[in-house]
Design a protein around this ligand. Structure first.
Ligand code: SF4
Ligand code: SF4
Length: 398
């Protein structure tokens, strides 16, 4: 089957970041030096070639751009300053926009104005909503649970989580279509569901450990920072949901499901369950410090532009870091003001805190920067599924 070529593809890719693929003269240094390139999945030189020739379908259906962690080793040894690591990063942005069925990711990546409008719109909408629902809390003493009633906070969080999860599931379906079914014309065979189930551990392993990043010898420190940030998010944002679930189960077993739901949504609060020096609270503080450290370090790195990774920051890189930083700082201040019993300061910073969280998850995590936290382990999972399926006797068309 002939491969289609899109002569405008170089320009398309350019919109997603630095596209210096045309400088490449295919010496192959980058593929040789890349610690993650393998015989089965070779990159980045091959992808520089695809980008140069406009072989759009080859890139659309590939998992390899997700296998690069942008350690920058290839860039340092490129004699043509073709920035192969940067081009792989640009391809990941392009793929993220391709998987997104809403078209929002494309808008956010290719128009700075759209990105800022989306962030500002969500920020202001959340702020207005908070002041519309706020329940007449005391100005003498801090009553955060009255300022935004707990059940509204819980329901809002659950709706946001379900909405994002639903949209992400549709994006993942499209990603699966490109990577697994993209070769349909050249002998596609449906893989049995049992293979997908059997290899689920691959996804979980790479999602939780991000272990492949540690195989880049020059990026060990970055791997640790990357992982700390990820772990910090799991602790801070997974924590409330986990304890909410425990509360519902505990109270439901004790007094029935209606009471269980009432306690969890109206009166209960994971933050009230543990005293200040409880290990769970200490874990929260540690996660907050870790995230703050990594965010400040990344912002400083991007401003200094010393590392290849930081030399061509995309506007979405800055936005995401600023939203995470804003979320953490306002969360920390809310905690401090609440403990000092400063009601107005607590309420205002908490409203700002919620207004940072919403665009951080919607713009930053689902449509742009942090989508890679899901797409990368998924790409590794899909490759493993293909590898296992290829060994099945009936799958010899792979
Ligand atoms: S090292 Fe540079 S010039 Fe050589 S193949 Fe890689 S990108 Fe092209
Ligand atoms: S940036 Fe690192 S992981 Fe990515 S292609 Fe280059 S050497 Fe490989």
């Amino acid at each position: 089957m002939a491969t289609k070529v899109n002569p405008d593809f170089t320009r398309t890719l350019q919109k997603f970041g630095a596209n210096t693929a045309t400088y490449c003269f295919h010496c192959g240094n980058c593929t040789v030096v890349c610690p993650l390139s393998t015989d089965e999945n070779q990159f980045p030189r091959r992808f520089m070639r695809y980008a140069q020739l406009g072989m759009e379908d080859k890139i659309k259906n590939a998992a390899e751009p997700w296998l690069c962690y942008f350690c920058g080793d290839c860039q340092r040894l490129c004699p043509r300053q073709a920035n192969p690591g940067e081009v792989m990063m640009t391809m990941r942005r392009y793929l993220t926009s391709l998987y997104d069925w809403t078209g929002l990711s494309l808008k956010l990546y290719t128009s700075k104005t759209s990105e800022w409008l989306a962030v500002a719109g969500l920020f202001l909408a959340t702020l207005i909503l908070v002041f519309l629902v706020q329940g007449g809390a005391s100005t003498e003493h801090t009553e955060l649970h009255r300022f935004v009633p707990r059940y509204l906070l819980q329901i809002g969080g659950i709706l946001l989580g379900l909405g994002l999860a639903g949209m992400l599931a549709l994006n993942i379906r499209r990603m699966h279509g490109f990577i697994m079914n993209g070769g349909r014309q050249s002998g596609y065979v449906k893989i049995p569901a049992s293979v997908y189930i059997k290899e689920l551990g691959t996804f979980l392993y790479h999602f939780l450990t991000q272990n492949r990043f540690s195989q880049c010898p020059t990026s060990r420190t970055r791997y640790i920072k990357h992982w700390l940030l990820f772990l910090g998010f799991i602790v801070l944002f997974g924590y409330a949901g986990f304890f909410l679930l425990i509360e519902i189960i505990k109270e439901s077993l004790h007094a029935g499901i209606v009471t269980g739901l009432k306690v969890a949504f109206v009166t209960g609060s994971p933050h009230l369950l543990f005293p200040a020096l409880h290990p769970i609270r200490l874990l929260e503080y540690a996660a907050t410090i870790a995230i703050l450290y990594v965010v400040i370090d990344s912002l400083a790195g991007r401003a200094a532009k010393k590392e290849p990774l930081h030399q061509n920051s995309h506007p979405t890189d800055w936005t995401f870091l600023l939203l995470v930083g804003g979320t953490i700082v306002t969360g920390l201040l809310t905690h401090i003001f609440r403990n000092l019993d400063l009601p107005l300061a607590t309420y205002y910073t908490f409203a700002l805190h919620l207004s940072f969280i919403v665009p951080m998850f919607v713009v930053g995590a689902l449509f742009t920067k942090w989508a890679h936290a899901i797409y990368r382990p998924l790409a590794l999972y899909f490759l493993k599924v293909k590898e296992t399926a290829a060994k099945l006797p009936q799958m010899d068309l792979f």
